[in-house]
Design a protein around this ligand. Structure first.
Ligand SMILES: Nc1nc2c(c(=O)[nH]1)N[C@@H](CN(C=O)c1ccc(C(=O)N[C@@H](CCC(=O)O)C(=O)O)cc1)CN2
Length: 289
């Protein structure tokens, strides 16, 4: 068997063209969505991701607000920029690029954000709303994964999902999305403390590998026909991306997201979707136009 490709690049392009139309409609009602980013330090990967987010904004008509601080910036300096973005009316939503430098209290920074401007869906209030099944911006990578599966016709209803990794941006929240009544899946969250990872993964119809551990998911861990999403990003000595999924998994899986070209572009598309949705909510709440 050779897996069918879960093409994140093409799917994100389709979503971006849908969003372009929604941004046009907002502009016609006098509302200009604007995405802010705060990047701290000079990590090349983070710089690349933030640049990509602003390129996407230009494509769909969202305004860009870019803030950068050196890696030596302390908690106070970072929090001052967060307060500034909270107050800036041109910035309708924003993100703080993660990870923040060592020594910075990330949770304190995230908690200081205005939840109404949280474009990443990572503010505790918004994660709480997700738990309570209330409307909230959804975490971008988890939402992108579900959208990618949905748009490729992969059955989620009733599926056994195994997630590997318990990080802030994916593993911690993805189970909340997969277990909503609309998705109706059963989720096992695996991590470095999981005994016999292979046994857990072999039970899964859908595997989400987000551990950041190169080629952790081996072909013998995958049930034939399963959908496998490769989220982890490590780099080899030449700087090339190495995912969490061993290349031979393509011979066993029914569906496979490439890395690059899979979940990454979907993460960016879902960020834009959160910004557009937040602006639409403002219009609906105020009855503008
Ligand atoms: N505040 C946040 N920080 C981080 C998040 C996040 O969702 N919010 N996720 C990751 C990084 N990330 C988004 O910020 C991200 C990662 C990868 C991509 C992407 O499009 N990757 C390309 C490959 C790019 C390359 O060649 O390096 C792909 O997969 O095709 C976009 C966004 C951690 N931080």
């Amino acid at each position: 068997m050779t897996a069918q490709i879960l093409d994140g690049k093409a799917t994100a392009a389709a979503i971006k063209s849908e969003l372009t139309a929604r941004v046009e409609a907002l502009k016609a009602r006098g509302v200009q969505p604007g995405l802010g980013t705060l990047l701290v330090g000079d990590d090349v990967g983070s710089q690349k991701y933030v640049a990509g987010k602003h390129r996407d904004c230009a494509q769909v008509g969202i305004a860009s607000i870019q803030r950068e601080l050196p890696g030596t910036a302390g908690q106070e300096e970072i929090e001052a920029v967060v307060r500034e973005l909270n107050e800036d009316p041109a910035c309708t939503g924003y993100i703080v690029q993660l990870p923040l430098p060592r020594g910075v209290d990330t949770n304190r920074v995230l908690e200081l954000m205005d939840p109404a401007k949280d474009a990443d869906g990572l503010h505790p209030t918004n994660l709480g709303r997700l738990v309570l099944n209330e409307p909230a911006p959804l975490p971008c990578t988890p939402n992108g994964i579900i959208e990618l599966l949905r748009r490729h016709g992969v059955e989620i209803n009733g599926a056994n999902v195994a997630v590997v990794g318990r990080g802030i941006t994916v593993g911690r929240s993805i189970g909340l999305l997969f277990t909503r009544r609309t998705e109706n899946a059963t989720v096992t969250l695996c991590h470095t403390g999981t005994r016999d990872l292979g046994a857990r993964l072999r039970e899964a119809d859908i595997v989400v590998a987000a551990a950041g551990s190169p080629h952790l998911v081996l072909p013998e861990y995958v049930r034939p026909g399963a959908a496998v999403l490769d989220v982890g990003v490590s780099r080899d000595a030449t700087g090339k991306i190495v995912g969490d999924v061993h290349p031979d998994v393509a011979e066993v899986a029914g569906w496979l997201s490439p890395n690059p070209g899979g979940v990454g572009p979907m993460t960016r598309a879902m960020l834009l979707a959160n910004v557009v949705r937040a602006a639409e909510r403002t219009v609906e709440a105020s009855g503008v136009g």
